[in-house]
Design a protein around this ligand. Structure first.
Ligand SMILES: CC(C)(COP(=O)(O)OP(=O)(O)OC[C@H]1O[C@@H](n2cnc3c(N)ncnc32)[C@H](O)[C@@H]1OP(=O)(O)O)[C@@H](O)C(=O)NCCC(=O)NCCS
Length: 144
């Protein structure tokens, strides 16, 4: 049984740990703490048996919003959690008055592109060598 809930500062350590498992370019706990202090940033965690097994975060300011990260522990993937964590971000962005949302994703990240397409995102353009390791980014957009 999974629960999706808004993140709190007590989740920072679990989120940073999960991010290190899921991304090559993870933020430090200090960087996460700074983002938590921003009023325009919001996020969610997925919990199973009291353990954080996924998280999502983004930002909304006036009409624009962005999805920054969605991640699910490897053993818990393909069970609907990534979709639920994304839906929670889209709902909050809408409630905060955003009318559109953007994201960048690695062109080779098929599961993430599949996730975002399942939520109605469309490809807008590619950004060459966007990531530190030289991989291109795909920019995607969805009207809310
Ligand atoms: C991307 C990620 C968050 C998906 O999480 P998940 O819990 O497995 O996703 P879900 O089970 O909720 O699937 C949601 C949708 O994504 C799509 N999807 C998931 N895995 C996919 C795959 N390997 N290939 C294609 N589409 C996929 C499915 O079509 C699904 O659509 P549906 O809801 O209509 O069935 C997960 O793979 C992950 O954590 N990856 C590592 C971190 C990452 O790269 N994050 C994205 C960049 S920020």
């Amino acid at each position: 049984m999974f629960t999706i809930r808004a993140w709190t500062k007590f989740d920072i350590s679990a989120i940073a740990g999960l991010e290190r498992e899921c991304f090559p370019d993870a933020w430090t706990e200090e960087a996460w703490t700074a983002e938590f202090a921003r009023a325009d940033v919001f996020g969610y965690v997925a919990e199973r048996d009291g353990k954080v097994v996924g998280f999502s975060c983004g930002t909304a300011l006036f009409e624009d919003s962005e999805i920054w990260k969605v991640a699910v522990a490897e053993s818990e993937r393909s069970k609907g959690l990534g979709g639920a964590l994304t839906d929670a971000l889209l709902q909050t962005a809408k409630e905060r008055g955003a009318t559109r949302t953007f994201l960048e994703v690695r062109v080779g990240n098929r599961s993430a592109i599949g996730l975002y397409q399942s939520r109605g995102f469309e490809r807008t353009r590619e950004r060459k060598r966007y990531y530190a390791d030289g991989e291109d980014a795909l920019e995607m957009k969805k009207d809310l």
